[in-house]
Design a protein around this ligand. Structure first.
Ligand code: KIV
Length: 263
């Protein structure tokens, strides 16, 4: 059965929401087979797929291209597409146009935007136009320049109070779920208790209603990046390097292709 925003919302208090990022058809197929509820086509694809050092250069064309690929590999998971930097911040009509493209052209089921209470009007505008929205607060990567780096948010009482206000405002505005990224675990648990919609944590501890990880991080494909919030469930990067090196050695030695590979 298809995961809809309504079904995801109703998981709050009953079962954990399990989410991963994906950026291509084949990965989406394997996530479907594993029963992942919510696939996020994150603008983290700027780093994992395109080699940028942040999400800032990611374009609408990038997001549409990768969301289409994920959608083709997905049957029941809810597909949420990130709105890239400056595709929703400048004007509300532009936000609707761009979100509409992710829904109409790319087939996303919902969009995700970053930002707190100051984003509530945009959220309402999108929802009034029939576009389901996921919120995202805390260490929001599109604000990396404003934060002066990838820093945990909400560590002091003022920052924590602001995040609580933000979460409440976004819930009131109608987001169906809220990503909490890079905040203290106790604060994430407090926010989760305070709002009626599910929270999905990344670097936010176990008190959230669900969890999301970047696929490349949890598979061990990401090179030279090991913050403590990531659990590596495989060492796919190492397995890839070994396979590439074995292939090279076989070709160089003339042992591949062998007779069994010939017509
Ligand atoms: O772009 C992304 O992958 C994200 C997740 C980290 C939540 O926004």
């Amino acid at each position: 059965m298809k995961w809809t925003v309504d079904r995801i919302r109703k998981l709050k208090g009953t079962a954990k929401i399990v989410s991963l990022t994906a950026y291509d058809y084949t990965s989406a197929l394997w996530m479907e087979a594993a029963g992942i509820h919510l696939i996020l086509v994150g603008d983290s694809l700027g780093m994992t797929m395109l080699g940028y050092d942040s999400t800032l250069p990611v374009t609408m064309a990038d997001m549409i291209h990768h969301t289409r690929a994920v959608k083709r590999g997905t049957e029941s998971a809810l597909v949420v597409a990130d709105m890239p930097f400056l595709s929703y911040q400048v004007g509300q009509d532009e936000a609707v146009d761009n979100a509409g493209r992710l829904i109409k052209e790319a087939g996303a089921d919902a969009v995700k935007i970053e930002g707190g209470a100051f984003r509530a009007e945009t959220v309402q505008h999108l929802i009034h136009n029939g576009i389901p929205v996921m919120g995202h607060i805390g260490l929001t990567p599109q604000s990396v320049r404003a934060f002066g780096g990838y820093k945990i948010q909400g560590r002091d009482s003022e920052g924590a109070a602001q995040l609580l206000t933000d979460a409440q405002a976004l819930a009131d505005a109608g987001v169906f779920a809220l990503v909490l990224e890079g905040i203290p675990a106790a604060l994430a648990a407090e926010i989760t208790k305070a709002i009626p919609i599910p929270t999905v944590g990344i670097g936010a501890g176990p008190g959230c209603d669900g969890q999301v990880l970047v696929m490349h991080d949890m598979l061990g494909i990401t090179k030279d990046f090991a913050p403590r919030f990531i659990k590596r469930y495989a060492e796919v990067g190492e397995a890839m390097q070994t396979a590439f090196a074995n292939y090279k050695a076989d070709v160089e030695a003339g042992t591949f292709p062998g007779p069994e590979h010939c017509y």
